[in-house]
Design a protein around this ligand. Structure first.
Ligand SMILES: [Zn+2]
Length: 191
């Protein structure tokens, strides 16, 4: 950050009294610009023992497989954002009121909070979009692990398929960093 988004003057990194982290502060109007993690959401849309995945049509990791995901917009609910991104990227539909929480994750290296929901597809209907060059339902056995865009999430995907196989879903939380994951179950209450 170089300039103030309020008045256009230069900003400077300063330690604000009472704070422990240096912040960008405007040298003109004095506004402090706090920078915080973004909130990323995914929806694991399910059909039988399968989950809906996309082959990414955009960078980064274009051509690799991932869950339909995106950032929460202003004044949007987490579940609403997950269902919207699912539809935008795959044209698949779920009932937003049926979204259940699967994971609250900390993507430390990307400075993002990552929330994953799950929901059954209303119909097994979906299609390619600008953001997805291919859309497919994969069981655990069919999942293209070698072409997964985010290996740091593989453990979480395994957990999800395992829960699906048992038809007993937990809620998880943890830190997601390649080679240094700590994912723990916060609830085993079946929904
Ligand atoms: Zn300013």
């Amino acid at each position: 950050m170089n300039y103030c988004s309020e008045c256009g003057q230069l900003v400077e990194k300063r330690l604000i009294p009472g704070d422990s982290i240096a912040r960008f502060q405007c040298t003109g109007c004095g506004m402090v610009h706090y920078q915080n993690p973004k909130v990323l959401v995914s929806c694991y849309a399910t059909w039988g023992d399968k989950v809906l995945w996309i082959r990414r049509g955009t960078e980064p990791f274009k051509g690799k497989w991932a869950a339909p995901s995106g950032f929460v917009e202003q004044h949007e609910t987490l579940a609403g954002a997950a269902a919207r991104e699912l539809y935008e990227e795959t044209r698949a539909q779920v009932d937003t009121s049926q979204l259940q929480l699967h994971l609250i994750g900390n993507l430390m290296h990307m400075n993002q909070v990552y929330i994953v929901f799950r929901a059954p597809l209303l119909k097994p209907e979906f299609g390619v979009t600008d953001e997805a060059m291919e859309v497919a339902l994969f069981s655990r056995e069919d999942f293209p692990w070698e072409e997964f865009a985010f290996p740091e999430l593989a453990e979480n995907v395994e957990l999800f398929y395992r829960d699906m196989a048992r038809n007993h879903f937990g809620v998880y939380q943890g830190v997601l960093e390649n080679g240094n994951n700590t994912i723990t179950r916060v609830s085993s209450r079946p929904y």
